[in-house]
Design a binder for this molecule. Structure first.
Ligand code: 8X3
Length: 254
């Protein structure tokens, strides 16, 4: 059977865990060659060892501007023509009201979720623009559509992704480059562990009494988006677990 993404090159940021890892597995199964980006080399190597497709590892922090351009500009020729960019890297740090929040948490979110996504996009674009082809999929969030208490800066970062996605779509419209966003609700990954800095009790409470999305659910929708017919763009997808109605209403079983 022909694999849907045979001959395509996909770059995935934040591939060392969660949605990025699952997306690598799903796109790899469909024959895409993969550039796996992340900060944790050991995790990327572990992922690489599980995949049956050509892969190249790029170890860098998306928030490190010079590293982003240096790494992406020095990709080996066989991996330099990127067809699909999955801008997944990012996280939530802390869940506190503005007057109690830590500035370091704000910087971490703005640096990776916002600036990092923008740097990676800017670094990948020349190859897409010159070839007049490509598809950029940004990982937004329901938090980029609705603000919730104590999430002001995380939500700001995801609203910024929403605005950047719309701006990119306008700027690239005449260049045959597709721009999409997928905006998940609750997904059970390391997300809440990172947000609550390893406090397992707090992280577990987030998903208590309901069935959240799994990373693989998001990855499967990303696959659907990137293999849609050339003339079709799933431009803005909100993906929720059935139990979640919005950012603060979720039906939980006792
Ligand atoms: C993750 C969704 O609502 O937990 O981006 O912040 S939420």
């Amino acid at each position: 059977m022909t694999k849907a993404l045979k001959g395509k090159m996909a770059m995935i940021t934040g591939a060392s865990s969660g949605i990025g890892w699952a997306t690598a597995e799903v796109l790899g199964t469909q024959g895409a060659s993969l550039i796996l980006c992340g900060r944790r080399k050991d995790r990327l190597k572990e992922l690489q060892s599980k995949l049956d497709t050509p892969t190249h590892l790029l170890v860098f922090d998306v928030g490190d501007k010079s590293a982003v351009f240096e790494k992406i500009n020095s990709l080996p020729k066989a991996f330099s023509s990127i067809d699909i960019l999955i801008n997944n890297a990012g996280n939530a740090h802390g869940l506190k009201p503005v007057h109690k929040a830590d500035l370091e948490d704000w910087d971490a979110m703005i640096d990776s979720n916002v600036k990092g996504l923008m740097y990676v996009t800017k670094a990948v674009l020349p190859s897409m623009v010159s070839r007049k082809t490509g598809h950029i999929v940004n990982l937004g969030s329901i938090a980029g559509k609705e603000v919730y208490p104590h999430g002001s800066v995380y939500c700001s970062s995801k609203y910024a992704i929403d605005a950047f996605t719309q701006g990119l779509r306008l700027d690239l419209n005449s260049l045959n480059i597709k721009v999409s966003a997928i905006n998940p609700g609750m997904v059970e990954t390391e997300f809440s562990d990172v947000r609550f800095k390893g406090d397992k009790d707090k992280a577990t409470q987030v998903y208590k009494g309901l069935i959240p999305l799994l990373a693989k659910d998001v990855a499967n929708v990303i696959l659907y988006m990137v293999q849609a017919p050339e003339h079709v763009n799933l431009a803005d997808v909100l993906l929720l677990p059935k139990a979640q109605a919005n950012t603060y209403v979720a039906h939980r079983k006792p």
